[in-house]
Ligand binder design. Structure first.
Ligand code: ADP
Ligand code: MG
Length: 463
């Protein structure tokens, strides 16, 4: 069979697969697969895949579908073989290039400029993103947006605890949109950065930075605005006001807005109601912790990407121990692989258990009262100073009591010392505060969720 014949056959196989395979699986696996050879004497069809990991997934998930379609098309029973053919980075020699390549190179460099200008990190693309049950909806919505920004779901609000893939996923949308058209004006930023820009622009007269009008111009000219961790603007009046107008201007013009946060819009305390209801007016998706297979798949991908050389057993070990978030999983794998590498030893399950034990102890030592107070204050959108102070508004009483409880529960501190730490409060006040939180934990589902997230944040900040 000639190359063109194989090409055409592969196209028609893909056409049929697209109809019968689940669209997410199709998009994740098929574009990276290549039909290489058909050996009709021995009835073998050979495919190539860019990595071991992808090959295994295709073999596992799509073998049956592929075989059915091929057998039908070739009118015989075929065996499918998958080999890995790593894509060599193409080395371009400038003087040997014809006009086609110059064009290709130009477009590649304009894409690079565009992603940089948009504030995107090269790593966070769809092809590095593993889809599991925990993020399937979010993935489906965001790939649909990437295909048709401003049209399908607007605004899009994605929320989850820390380290579960929000930043990766929303940046992947930015990459995909620019890949198709680098002239689309995409901007990725964070709530905190936006806040700083507004604050800076208010002082622009003196500092020579963008004035508020210039800032308005920049934001309102965008086609796609992605703001990560939007909760950072909660409680900040001027920034919320500014964002409200930017949001409306973009929305009215049919421009795509994508936001992320650590909780649902109406649960962001001190966020203005008119903002939370706008955030909730479009599509909302959340993500949870992935199941064990997905955790392993993500770790394997990282293992390959960074050439860490961890065996499957170690990967499944880490995946089964850690249950807080993906960032923690990845950090663990990286930490133990680095130790093994630096000591020139093989990463066995025994060694990994031993190293993980050590790491755990060190981490425990890094959780200090200061870290706890800082993370609780941050979660509730206030400051440690306010919490230590005298004011007894509800927005301060709850975080204060949560701190009392966590200092007691996590660090086993005495009531007296907790009182001293919290601005010289009496030990009976602390006992009462701990009780209150405990009560809340048995009766109030919301508080349970909040504490889980805060504990997760504390752990992640001490990785
Ligand atoms: P968040 O923004 O929710 O805190 P991140 O997007 O920063 O989380 O993800 C934390 C880490 O986990 C990153 O290194 C990211 O690449 C990785 N990660 C998260 N989800 C996935 C996934 N589904 N597939 C591959 N890597 C993932
Ligand atoms: Mg993030």
């Amino acid at each position: 069979m000639s190359e063109t014949d194989i090409d055409n056959l592969w196209k028609s196989i893909k056409g049929e697969l697209e109809i019968i395979v689940n669209p997410l699986q199709f998009r994740t696996h098929i574009p990276n697969l290549n039909l290489k050879k058909i050996d009709s004497e021995n009835n073998i069809v050979e495919f190539t895949s860019p990595s071991d990991f992808q090959r295994n997934l295709v073999e596992e998930k799509l073998y049956g579908y592929l075989k059915n379609v091929i057998d039908k098309k070739l009118g015989n029973q075929y065996r499918l073989m998958f080999t890995v053919e790593k894509k060599e980075p193409t080395k371009l020699k400038l003087n040997e290039l014809g006009p086609l390549f110059t064009h290709e190179q130009e477009s590649r460099s304009s894409l690079r400029n565009a992603t940089k200008a948009a504030g995107l990190n090269d790593r966070y693309t769809f092809d590095r993103f593993i889809v599991g049950n925990h993020n399937r909806l979010a993935y489906a919505v965001l790939t649909a947006i990437a295909d048709d920004p401003g049209k399908v779901y607007n605004p899009m609000f994605l929320y989850s605890g820390v380290g579960l893939g929000k930043t990766h996923l929303v940046q992947a949308v930015g990459h995909k949109i620019l890949e198709k058209n680098p002239n689309i004006k995409v901007k990725y930023t964070t709530g905190e950065q936006f806040l700083n820009e507004v604050v800076d622009s208010l002082r622009a007269g003196r500092s020579g930075r963008n004035s508020i009008n210039e800032l308005k111009k920049i934001y309102r000219n965008l086609d796609v605005l992605i703001i990560d961790d939007i909760h950072a603007i909660a409680g900040k009046e001027t920034t919320q006001e500014e964002f409200f107008h930017t949001f409306n201007a973009l929305y009215m013009a049919g421009k795509q807005i994508i936001l992320t946060s650590d909780r649902a819009p109406h649960q962001i305390k001190t966020l203005e109601e008119r903002l939370s209801s706008r955030f909730a007016s479009g599509m909302i998706a959340d993500m949870q912790m992935p199941d064990i297979e997905t955790k392993m798949a993500i770790l394997k991908e990282r293992n390959e990407e960074l050439k860490l050389g961890a065996p499957d057993e170690v990967i499944s070990n880490i995946a089964s121990i850690y249950d807080t978030n993906i960032r923690e999983l990845e950090a663990k794998l990286l930490q133990i692989a680095t130790v093994a590498k630096s000591q020139g030893i093989n990463l066995t399950t025994d060694l990994s258990n031993q190293l993980l034990g050590q790491i755990e102890k060190q981490k425990q030592a890094r959780i200090t009262p200061q870290v706890i107070m800082r993370e609780v204050a941050k979660y509730y959108g206030t400051t440690v100073k306010n919490i230590k102070g005298e004011r007894r508004t509800k927005t301060l009483v709850i975080p204060r009591q949560v701190i009392m409880y966590l200092l007691r529960d996590t660090l086993n501190m005495g009531y007296q010392s907790i009182g001293e730490l919290l601005g010289g409060r009496d030990h009976t006040t602390i006992m009462h505060g701990v009780e209150k939180t405990l009560d809340g934990l048995t009766n109030n589902n919301q508080l349970n969720k909040e504490l889980d997230q805060i504990k997760n944040n504390i752990k992640t900040s001490c990785l």
